[in-house]
Write a protein that binds this ligand. Structure first.
Ligand code: UD1
Ligand code: UDP
Length: 350
């Protein structure tokens, strides 16, 4: 079978690192990179470090407004789909690359497989929520990571083709954890080896695009009396400059890092403070308390299990949870058994 996979943004490279080589055991895969992320440290580093197959096509769409970016992808993908005639198109997650990949396939009557289907924040203002809902409704195979995702789909009338395979990011962590253990150069360089620090990421549009929300986050981190390591997403860097916001000395701002370096930073952290989807899950895998600076989360099981607390962007709530949030002692297996990729392959084989 010929599977055409569309990736474009950082978390999708990591998911493909878990899935692509497994699919290639039995099937032909054509890998298309939309070029949504293009800086070396947002794209190439992942292909190099994680042994992801080199993309067969790079659409080089770059940054832009939602309509322009998604539209450019559609135009270019259509040509490739018509030329390659895949049996299936595979997409991951909830970015504009996901939606473009699925919509283009659906219009050409090519079946769509969606990995990380069924997640919902129930906040339709989020571009990610729009992309998820639309992609799920266009998909023929829906590989969901959690039981609540199965339920979400059921409520929208989607029951056919739904498979709870577990989370492919759990596969990735298990595959690469050992390699990541030695990647402690950054902590050494910053001078925080063996010391306590908070690891932070911020990039969600709902935070960066509202000065009040970003200002609250920056002030909370500035005032938390802890060392903070912050690999800064280019979106956030741009808005920090536009708004004239500054970080204090306690915050070590670094460029975005490779996946192995990031896993190492997570492993050695005291707590994780983030608005990322993937990083919330990784905090759970690493057994680190997670403080989520959003108004809701799709990863509700991490909260129910007592490992994640959703605090929004209220400065006092962020500060309070940095000091006081203590996770549960136990963890349940809410993300499957770490073999989501193998299960995806089995289902594709059938
Ligand atoms: C995108 C996804 C988001 C995901 C995130 C992962 C959408 C709508 N959003 O958000 O769901 O969580 O990726 O990181 O698809 N930029 C660079 N260099 C790059 C890439 C981006 O400088 O290599 C800057 C540009 O100024 C760009 C901005 O970051 O305008 C935002 O990039 P974009 O891909 O539109 O969205 P993300 O915020 O990265
Ligand atoms: N990540 C990384 N380097 C960084 C920041 C994040 O490798 O500097 C990884 C992180 O470990 C996780 C993924 O990127 O695997 C999450 O992507 P991101 O936060 O950009 O997007 P989201 O998951 O919110 O869509």
């Amino acid at each position: 079978m010929k599977v055409l996979t569309v990736v474009g943004a950082r978390p999708q490279f990591i998911k493909a690192a878990a899935v692509s080589n497994v699919i290639r055991k039995h099937h032909t895969e054509i890998l298309v990179h939309t070029g949504q992320h293009y800086d070396e440290n947002m794209s190439k580093v992942f292909f190099d470090e994680l042994n992801i197959p080199k993309p067969d096509y790079n659409l080089e769409v770059g940054s832009g407004s939602h309509g322009r970016q998604t539209g450019m992808m559609l135009i270019k993908l259509e040509e490739i789909y018509e030329k390659e005639k895949p049996d299936f198109v595979l997409v991951y997650g909830d970015t504009n690359s996901t939606l473009a990949g699925a919509l283009c396939a659906s219009k050409l009557l090519i079946p769509v497989a969606h990995v990380e289907a069924g997640l919902r924040s129930f906040n339709r203002d989020m571009p990610e929520e729009q992309n998820r809902v639309l992609t799920d409704h266009l998909s023929n195979l829906l590989f969901v990571p959690t039981e609540s995702a199965v339920e979400n789909l059921k409520k929208e009338g989607i029951t056919k083709g739904v498979y709870n395979v577990g989370d492919v990011m759990f596969d990735a962590v298990l595959n690469f954890k050992k390699l990541a253990e030695n990647k402690n150069q950054i902590i050494k360089e910053i001078g925080l080896q063996g010391k306590e620090y908070i690891l932070t990421t911020i990039h969600r549009a709902e935070n960066t695009n509202h000065i009040d929300r970003l200002k609250n986050i920056v002030e909370a981190l500035n005032e938390c009396n802890k060392a903070v390591i912050l690999p800064l997403h280019p979106r956030t860097k741009k808005y920090m400059t536009d708004y004239g916001l500054k970080f204090n000395e306690n915050i070590k701002v670094i460029e975005p890092v490779g996946y192995l370096e990031m896993i190492n930073l997570e492993m050695n952290s005291e707590k994780i403070v983030t608005d990322s989807g993937g990083v919330q899950k990784e905090a759970f895998f690493m057994k680190k308390p997670c403080i989520t600076m959003r108004d809701e989360t799709e990863w509700v099981e991490t909260v129910k299990n007592g490992w994640n607390v959703v605090v929004g962007t209220d400065k006092e709530k962020i500060l309070d949870s940095i000091v006081n949030f203590v996770p549960n002692k136990d963890q349940k297996d809410i993300f499957g058994d770490g073999n989501a990729s193998g299960k995806i392959l089995e289902i594709l084989d059938k």
